[in-house]
Ligand binder design. Structure first.
Ligand SMILES: C[S@@+](CC[C@H](N)C(=O)[O-])C[C@H]1O[C@@H](n2cnc3c(N)ncnc32)[C@H](O)[C@@H]1O
Length: 278
C-alpha cells in the first residue's frame, strides 16, 4: 500500500523526531502507523501528510502515531516491591525524602503505580510525613493528556495489582458512559496532585535536571526503541541525574550497557549507582 520511499521517509522522520528506530522488518508496522497518522490528521493523501511532517508541521501527531504506548499498572511488579521494601525503608532510616523520576510514563499507569506504592509504604511504616516528589515525562502529548485525566477502564486496572494494594483507596469508580454495566476508575485527586507530568524527549541534550537530583529513576521499556549508541547516551544522561546510592529501574529486556562498571545489580533489572560516570 505504501511505497518503499514513503516507508523510508517515515523511518527517517521517526528517528529524527524521537530517536525511535524502525528496522527493515517493520514495514507492516510503519504502514499501520501511517494509517493512524492519516486518521489523526484527517488527510488521506500520504504524500501530503509526509510533506507536512518534513516541513515541521503536525509533529505532535506524528509522534503520537509512531510511539508504542503499551503499559499497565504494576508492570514488572517486583520493582514496586523493591521500592516499598528497600528504597522507602532506607529513606526513612536516613530521615531523607525521595525524589523520583519516571522517564517514559506513557498513559500514566507506571507513575500512578509508583504513587500507590509510596502511599502504601508510608502507611505501612507509620511515616505519614515522608516527603517525596514524582516527575513523570513522556515525548507523546496524547498520552500525557491521559495521564492528567487519570481515567482508566476498570477491567484493565485489576490484573497485575498486587494483593497489598486496595484499589478503592486510590480510585473512584464511575459508570462507563459507553459500555453498559462496565466501569471506569479515576485516580483520586489527593494522589493525582502528587505527580507532575511534563513532555520530554529523552533524545534531547543536555537534560534540564541537576546532577544527582533524583534518588530513583524509572526508565523501563523505552530504551528498546533506540539504537545502542542512543541507549548508551540516554543512560549516561539519566545516570548523571541520579545520586550515588540511588536506584535505576530498567525494563525486562533492557540492560545498563556502558554503565555496568558504575552500578551494582541488586535485583531483576534493579541497579544501584556506586560511583559517577567518568
Ligand atoms: C512501551 S511504553 C513504556 C511505558 C512504561 N515505562 C512501562 O514500562 O510500562 C514506551 C513509552 O516511551 C515513550 N517514548 C518513546 N520515545 C521517547 C523519547 N524519545 N523520549 C521520551 N519518551 C519516549 C513512548 O511515548 C511510550 O509512551
Amino acid at each position: 500500500m505504501y511505497t518503499a520511499h514513503q516507508l523510508n521517509q517515515a523511518r527517517q522522520l521517526a528517528y529524527l523526531h524521537s530517536g525511535i528506530v524502525l528496522g527493515a522488518n517493520k514495514d507492516i508496522m510503519i504502514g499501520n502507523r501511517l494509517d493512524k497518522l492519516k486518521r489523526l490528521l484527517d488527510n488521506d493523501d500520504i504524500n501530503d501528510v509526509l510533506y507536512s511532517i518534513e516541513r515541521g508541521q503536525d509533529i505532535e501527531s506524528f509522534i503520537s502515531a509512531f510511539t508504542t504506548n503499551k503499559t499497565n499498572f504494576f508492570r514488572e511488579s517486583f520493582h514496586f516491591d523493591d521500592l516499598k521494601d528497600r528504597v522507602v525503608k532506607e529513606a526513612i532510616n536516613n530521615s531523607s525524602g525521595l525524589n523520583i523520576y519516571c522517564s517514559a510514563s506513557s498513559t500514566g499507569e507506571e507513575p500512578y503505580s509508583i504513587l500507590m506504592t509510596l502511599e502504601y509504604a508510608k502507611a505501612l511504616y507509620g511515616t505519614p510525613n515522608l516527603n517525596y516528589s514524582l516527575l513523570a515525562t513522556d515525548i507523546d502529548l496524547q498520552v500525557l493528556e491521559k495521564c492528567q485525566k487519570g481515567i482508566y477502564e476498570y477491567t484493565k486496572v485489576g490484573d497485575d495489582i498486587p494483593d497489598w494494594i486496595k484499589p478503592s483507596e486510590y480510585f473512584k469508580r464511575r459508570a462507563h458512559p459507553e459500555k453498559n454495566g462496565e466501569y471506569l476508575v479515576k485516580v483520586k485527586e489527593n494522589l493525582q496532585k502528587k505527580v507532575k507530568f511534563q513532555q520530554f524527549n529523552l533524545m534531547s541534550s543536555p537534560y534540564p535536571f541537576k546532577g544527582g537530583e533524583f534518588d530513583v529513576v524509572f526508565c523501563r521499556n523505552v530504551l528498546i526503541y533506540f539504537n545502542q549508541d542512543d541507549q548508551n547516551s540516554i543512560l549516561k544522561k539519566l545516570f548523571k541525574t541520579l545520586r550515588i546510592g540511588g536506584t535505576l529501574y530498567l525494563g525486562h529486556s533492557e540492560s545498563p550497557l556502558g554503565l555496568t562498571p558504575y552500578v551494582e545489580r541488586c535485583g531483576q533489572n534493579i541497579f544501584i549507582k556506586t560511583k559517577d560516570f567518568l
